[in-house]
Design a protein around this ligand. Structure first.
Ligand SMILES: Nc1nc2c(ncn2[C@@H]2O[C@H](COP(=O)(O)OP(=O)(O)OP(=O)(O)O)[C@@H](O)[C@H]2O)c(=O)[nH]1
Length: 184
């Protein structure tokens, strides 16, 4: 029997923001310059994080727009979401808000483990979304924002480390004191 913990992670966001490319960079360590629209795809990678091995199942989704309905297969049993936009596209940044709302309304909750990811930081001169703006948005969502480039491999590992950290916080919360009560 496997002692690995399985973590299901879904990557969502507008078309062409680099969802597939950042997953491929993370799992297979190369940059794919071509654009092939995704229908759906699943990747697997073992990540050792804080001495524990996690078997990550990463679901790559077709690009979303405001009309896309969230499929239950991207929600049932899923532990974390990577919401990606491209720093050179304000529209894709705005789309993360719509996609997050759909996820929250599916679960009927106001928070899910999520990392906000701004890809294509190598496109300096075409930037439309500032890092500060993304940090502000993530703060309002009580989550982390990470900028990356799937092209240069900047911060790609960090995204998945942060995702696991966020999931771990809810899956195995430490014993802590809240409102004077000790929670075990
Ligand atoms: N300059 C630059 N280009 C990138 C980066 N990441 C992805 N791309 C390019 O952006 C294009 C779209 O990338 P994809 O990974 O296919 O985008 P996607 O979000 O999976 O697209 P859909 O499948 O339509 O949802 C491709 O030509 C990639 O090579 C990056 O960090 N920098």
């Amino acid at each position: 029997m496997s002692s690995q913990k399985v973590r299901k992670i879904v990557v969502m966001g507008s078309r062409s923001v680099g969802k597939s490319t950042l997953i491929v960079q993370f799992v297979e360590n190369f940059f794919c310059d071509s654009y092939y629209p995704t229908i759906e795809n699943t990747f697997r990678k073992i990540i050792k994080y804080k001495g524990i091995e996690f078997e990550c199942e990463i679901f790559d989704t077709a690009g979303q727009d405001e009309f896309t309905i969230l499929s239950p297969k991207y929600a049932v049993g899923v532990q974390g979401y990577i919401l990606a936009y491209s720093v050179d596209s304000r529209t894709s940044f705005e789309m993360t808000k719509i996609v997050r709302d759909k996820i929250l309304s599916f679960f009927g909750t106001n928070w899910v483990p999520l990392v906000l990811v701004g890809n294509k930081t190598d496109l300096h001169s075409q930037r439309e979304v500032s890092a500060e703006e993304a940090i502000e948005l993530a703060k309002s969502w009580n989550c982390e924002a990470i900028e990356c480039s799937a092209k240069t491999n900047e911060n790609i590992d960090k995204i998945f480390d942060q995702m696991l950290l966020t999931i771990e916080k809810v899956s195995s919360p430490p014993a802590e004191t809240r409102s004077g009560c000790v929670i075990f």
